[in-house]
Design a protein around this ligand. Structure first.
Ligand SMILES: Cc1ncc(COP(=O)(O)O)c(C=O)c1O
Length: 408
């Protein structure tokens, strides 16, 4: 059991009142709140160590470089990567996916090659592939959803074939909560020597992700969804694959030698980090990793499961609620709708009680099309959420129904 009361004290934002109420933050799948340890790590860096990295032979620059590169090592350790050279710092998961889609896809895809995705991808793991497919003539193929909101793998034998050149899929769906059997899919794709990228944006913050055990070729996640700051993300890639990719962006920091008509690039990971990186962001991410490790991934995962199960049980007691996604074995979020009430109205009324939930398509419009709804309400949980938070949500939803009782 997590000591949520104690954890909450580390998050100063919970001292705020929202419309006179305690803040009940249930939107961690969009972005998490930040503990004081992360805020202080960033602030200390700017107060004491700030200088550009990799460029100076003076104390501050050496310190800054060391802190930045230490952050890379802690990110590598966090996902059990073999080496820190396989960790590229990006702005976010989206940038990591775009980097691979462009650097790998434009180099290796040709007309009629197939890229395999799923129907439940976040737009950030769909649009980059649409763009690359348009440029190369490659075709997008999809693993579709079954009735429960899980991947229908019955046709996988046909979907992965000699035309398939890349597979990219989400580990935990941000709109359904589905946990995908990524290990099996990776294994299957590897039988055909097809590289696989995992969008681990919703899994790395909540569960132990081991890239060596998964044997994925690429994996991405965002710092801001795991207590870190915005503007920093991680792309993991197997060294031999990163080595085979040309740079995605050009500029300072990523070169060894430059002439007017040619340049020689640095080795990985730096050849993918053009320009001054988000140094403070990486240091903040490292502090977030330390914080998560101090709580323990196993504890975080169990806590998320318990809260989600409790939320589902309580939601099911409310008349007219439809819950989406698999009933069991799901990530720490629950999406739903109340009959005849628009999700935006639900969210607006919940805000009156200090409850922050997301309403919308969650950047997964194809999932909304599959559900045949314009949008859903989504409550998502993290280490600072308690069972009482879920109770306040349920109370707020009952009030919402009362408000609309006279309307319909
Ligand atoms: C599953 C998934 N993938 C990718 C992203 C994109 O993350 P970011 O906006 O930090 O790049 C998100 C964000 O919600 C997500 O939930």
């Amino acid at each position: 059991m997590l000591d949520v009361k104690k954890i909450k004290e580390d998050f100063l934002i919970f001292q705020r009142k929202i419309k006179g109420n305690n803040l009940i933050y249930l939107d961690s799948a969009a972005t998490t709140q930040k503990p004081i340890q992360v805020i202080e790590a960033i602030s200390n860096y700017y107060r004491n160590n700030n200088a550009n990295v990799h460029r100076g032979a003076y104390t501050l620059s050496e310190e800054s470089t060391m802190m930045y590169e230490n952050a890379r090592q802690s990110a590598a350790k966090f996902i059990n990567a073999k080496s820190s050279e396989s960790i590229v710092f990006t702005r976010n998961a989206t940038e990591g996916i775009n980097l691979v889609a462009n650097a790998w896809g434009l180099e290796y895809f040709k007309a009629d090659d197939e890229i395999l995705l799923t129907q439940m991808e976040h737009h950030s793991n769909l649009i980059p592939w649409q763009l690359v497919a348009k440029k190369t003539g490659a075709k997008l193929k999809f693993i579709y959803l079954d009735r429960n909101g899980e991947l229908d793998l019955s046709n996988l034998e046909n979907l992965i074939n000699e035309k398939t050149k890349f597979v990219s899929l989400v580990h935990i769906s941000n709109s359904l909560g589905t946990i995908n059997p990524v290990r099996d899919i990776i294994k299957h794709a590897h039988n055909y020597n097809i590289p696989v990228m995992i969008d681990a944006t919703q899994s790395v913050p909540h569960t132990f992700v081991d890239v060596q055990e998964l044997d994925c070729d690429f994996l991405v996640f965002s710092g801001h969804k795991m207590l870190g700051p915005t503007g920093i993300g991680v792309l993991y890639g197997k060294e031999e694959l990163l080595d085979k990719m040309p740079p995605f962006m050009g500029g300072g920091e990523m070169i060894n030698e430059v002439h007017l008509d040619w340049a020689d690039y640095r080795s990985i990971p730096w050849k993918f980090e053009a320009g001054t990186p988000n140094i403070a962001g990486a240091i903040g991410l490292s502090a977030a990793i330390e914080y998560i490790n101090s709580i323990g991934k196993e504890n975080i995962e169990q806590h998320g499961k318990r809260l989600t199960q409790f939320a589902i049980e309580e939601l099911e007691k409310i008349d007219g609620i439809e819950i989406y996604g698999p009933k069991f074995n799901r990530g720490p979020l629950v999406a739903f709708n109340i009959k005849n009430i628009h999700p935006h109205d639900v969210s607006t009324i919940l805000d009156e009680y200090g409850v922050a939930v997301r309403a919308g398509h969650h950047c997964t419009q194809p999932v909304m099309q599959w559900l045949n709804v314009p949008a859903t309400v989504r409550a998502s949980f993290y280490v600072y959420n308690s069972f009482e938070d879920v109770e306040v949500l349920i109370k707020g939803l009952k009030k919402t129904k009362e408000v609309f009782a006279g309307v319909y």
